[in-house]
Design a protein around this ligand. Structure first.
Ligand code: PLP
Length: 433
């Protein structure tokens, strides 16, 4: 069986560790939770990334979501290249900001007004400040396993890197900043109802990943998001869908488009920047008008709406809504996870899988998890071995059992078949890796 060498990456990682904490600029990249070192990437194009050892990897991380049209899409490169000589940042309004707001609103009509920021973290922080400012209330409700960026008030039982590394909260977060954060188990309707019954008039906002992508891939039970919508409406709380991951990813209009549920506010990131740093929050105009300078809730950003990032994001949104078919993407992604499941079954391994649009999850468990607590019961050791085995076959999966995976419009049927064949070769030899 072919296996790749990652010697130069290993050497660079040792050097990086002298200068960067853990050798990386964002924790999950370090591959710590899969007991190996990360690959250092030289370039990325289409569905592939090439590492410094010259290996071509089929990439199912896609920069953790943004690369939905594939890396280095020629039309995106052309648009960005044309924009470069006009300047990198103005710190003043430009017409592109209107264009991207219109493009977002067309895909997500709930975004009556929006504000651009530079990351998903900022979007979630700002949306919660706005919800608190708008309602004059302090409590927020979040769910275990959901990640909304690294703001103090949100670092309670967050998913993603936090779940991966088993950090219960984080040192450095003052107790005061999380005292108004109520954390519930996702998909537990009774807990949600009970929380509103007890605290309804104090809750400023409920923030949720409508499909949880930071605890693998967890769907809401039937009527769960609807219940959230009803309770928020009844008690005057702001419902925030964090679609930083799911927006323009599970379908053109995110989970809200699939489910036909209208949140009061939505946060966006990842795909909206197409690989450049953009986040956004927006929603009901009567709420958004409270943002400074039209209102008094303060939020600002030196690089917000900068023309290069917006050009990259706008072209990406245009391509995904006009040039490509989400039905094809959905089918291809489903084919991938069904193929993985069949290959696992053939070798007597329990694998549960799910997908929607270009987002997928798989778990070494007999049944699909309904919450982070259930996801944590899966066979993590098997996952680590599978991850390392696939890496040696040239398949680059998310290095954590608690992260969703991504298929882009650039992935071909041949890439999917090759991935399934790799899994078929790895499953019988998990103990080797
Ligand atoms: C990635 C992510 C964030 C944070 O976005 P950054 O751009 O990394 O700050 C917030 N919410 C969700 C659901 C995410 O997946």
């Amino acid at each position: 069986m072919q296996t790749l060498s990652f010697a130069r990456s290993q050497k660079l990682f040792e050097e990086a560790c002298r200068l960067l904490p853990g050798g990386v600029n964002s924790p999950v990249r370090a591959f710590k939770s899969v007991d190996t070192h990360p690959l250092f990437i030289e370039r990325a194009e289409g569905a592939y990334m090439w590492d410094v050892d010259g290996n071509r990897m089929i990439d199912y991380i896609g920069s953790w979501g943004p690369a939905i049209v594939g890396h280095s899409h020629p039309e995106v490169i052309a648009a960005v290249t044309a924009a470069l000589p006009r300047g990198f940042s103005y710190g003043a309004p430009c017409e592109l900001e209107i264009k991207i707001a219109e493009a977002v609103q067309k895909l997500m009509p709930s975004m009556e007004m929006l504000r651009l920021v530079s990351s998903g973290t900022e979007a979630c922080m700002a949306a919660l400040r706005l919800a608190r400012g708008f309602t004059g209330r302090e409590k927020i409700v979040k769910f275990t396993g959901c990640y909304h960026g690294h703001a103090d008030m949100l670092l309670v039982k967050a998913g993603s890197g936090m779940a991966t590394l088993g950090i219960p909260g984080s040192p450095g977060v003052p107790q005061g900043s999380t005292k108004d954060t109520l954390t519930l188990v996702y998909n537990d309707s009774e807990a949600l109802a009970a929380t509103f019954a007890q605290h309804g008039s104090e809750i400023a906002a409920v923030i949720v990943e409508p499909f949880v992508g930071n605890a693998n891939f967890i769907r809401p039970k039937d009527a769960y998001l609807e219940q959230m919508r009803e309770l928020c409406t009844k008690h005057g709380a702001v419902l925030i869908f964090d679609e930083v991951m799911t927006g323009f990813r599970v379908g053109p209009g995110g989970v809200q488009g699939l489910k036909g549920i209208k949140p009061d506010l939505t946060t966006l990131g990842k795909v909206i920047g197409g690989g450049m740093p953009i986040g956004a929050y927006g929603g009901r105009a009567d709420i958004m008008r409270h943002v400074a300078p039209s209102g008094t809730v303060y939020q600002a950003g030196t690089l917000s709406g900068n023309p290069i990032a917006v050009t990259c994001g706008l072209k990406t949104l245009e391509l995904l809504s006009q040039k490509y078919s989400f039905t094809d993407l959905s089918n291809r992604t489903r084919h991938l996870v069904q193929g993985l499941k069949s290959a696992a079954q053939k070798h007597g391994i329990a694998l549960s899988v799910d997908s929607e649009g270009g987002m997928f999850g798989f778990m070494f468990s007999a049944t699909l998890p309904q919450s982070y607590e259930e996801a944590a019961q899966a066979n993590i050791d098997q996952f680590k071995r599978f991850f390392r085995g696939m890496l040696h076959q040239g398949v680059y999966l998310a290095p954590s059992a608690f992260e969703a995976g991504f298929v882009s419009f650039a992935h071909s049927d041949a890439d999917i078949e090759k991935t399934i064949a790799a899994a078929d070769a790895v499953f019988p030899h998990l103990s080797r890796y």
